[in-house]
Design a protein around this ligand. Structure first.
Ligand code: SF4
Ligand code: F3S
Ligand code: FES
Length: 254
């Protein structure tokens, strides 16, 4: 088993401010960055705050930025980096810092609450829902989301623009709107809820200019842009230029 000492720069601080501190930590074969953070806690910085839970890439808790890229600490192998490289670990930039590597991600829970839930079809008892396999597979991809919020952190619409957070739900929640809008059993329209209109007017779909950075950082490999956001944009545009929808809105305006 090979062992070496690696150089790390870790952000220490709180909501008032902080700085990068230098550490040298032992690295062993097969380790991930979270192992190093734990060794750092055990040997040199017992009060270093980090959020984690499963250490298996499934709980979405250990999100942070490694050399400026949003990543899961538990799924980033140390073998990704050259042993001579200094590895910088910082908290998620788009969310307020609580302490050290822990950020306040409650923005995402507020956005989650703004998306109306699945509306069950009337007259179909639970257990009797039937869907085509192709529709099951389409939404299954979106259901793999572990809510790590790396996509929310990386999207340039909010990353450096705090002011956009009010109007923009972010890729994770626009994907949720897309999933529900594609759901063949969702009866939102019958209940008077137009998910395509709310995607534009309430969740800020128009802010997304399909840069695909969200897709690039998703640890579940969900094709957020190609399979959720672009189809949702197409459906919203279809609705806007549908002559019947246009006529209906003109009549309603009178
Ligand atoms: Fe994380 Fe991917 Fe879900 Fe975004 S879509 S929260 S990157 S798992
Ligand atoms: Fe942002 Fe993803 Fe769109 S990064 S701009 S939500 S494609
Ligand atoms: Fe659960 Fe990293 S600790 S995803």
């Amino acid at each position: 088993m090979s062992t070496y000492d690696a150089s790390f720069r870790v952000w220490r601080g709180d909501a008032e401010g902080g700085e990068l501190r230098d550490f040298t930590v032992e690295v062993n074969d097969g380790e991930v960055v979270l192992d190093i953070v734990h060794r750092l806690q055990a040997t040199q910085a017992s009060d270093l705050a980090v959020r984690w839970n499963c250490k298996a890439g499934k709980c979405g808790s250990c999100s942070a930025e490694i050399n400026g890229r949003p990543r899961l600490l538990c799924m980033t192998r140390m073998s990704t980096f050259d042993p001579s490289e200094t590895i910088t670990i910082t908290p998620l930039r788009a969310f307020p810092v609580v302490r050290d590597l822990v950020t306040d991600v409650s923005f995402n829970y507020r956005k989650a609450r703004e998306v109306p839930a699945f509306v069950p079809p009337e007259g179909v008892p639970a257990g009797a829902y039937r869907m085509q396999q192709i529709d099951v597979e389409r939404s299954q991809e979106f259901r793999k989301c572990i809510e790590c919020f790396l996509c929310q952190d990386t999207c340039h619409v909010v990353r450096d623009h705090e002011e956009n957070k009010v109007a923009f739900a972010g890729p994770r929640f626009l994907m949720r709107v897309a999933e529900l809008d594609m759901h063949p059993l969702d009866a939102a329209a019958e209940a008077g809820l137009d998910r395509k209109r709310t995607a534009q007017d309430e969740h800020g779909l128009g802010h997304c200019n399909i840069t695909k950075c969200c897709t690039e950082v998703c640890p579940e490999g969900i094709k957020i842009t190609d399979n959720a956001l672009i189809p949702l944009k197409e459906r919203a545009v279809d609705r806007k230029y549908d002559p019947l929808v246009w006529l209906g809105s003109r009549i309603r305006r009178r």
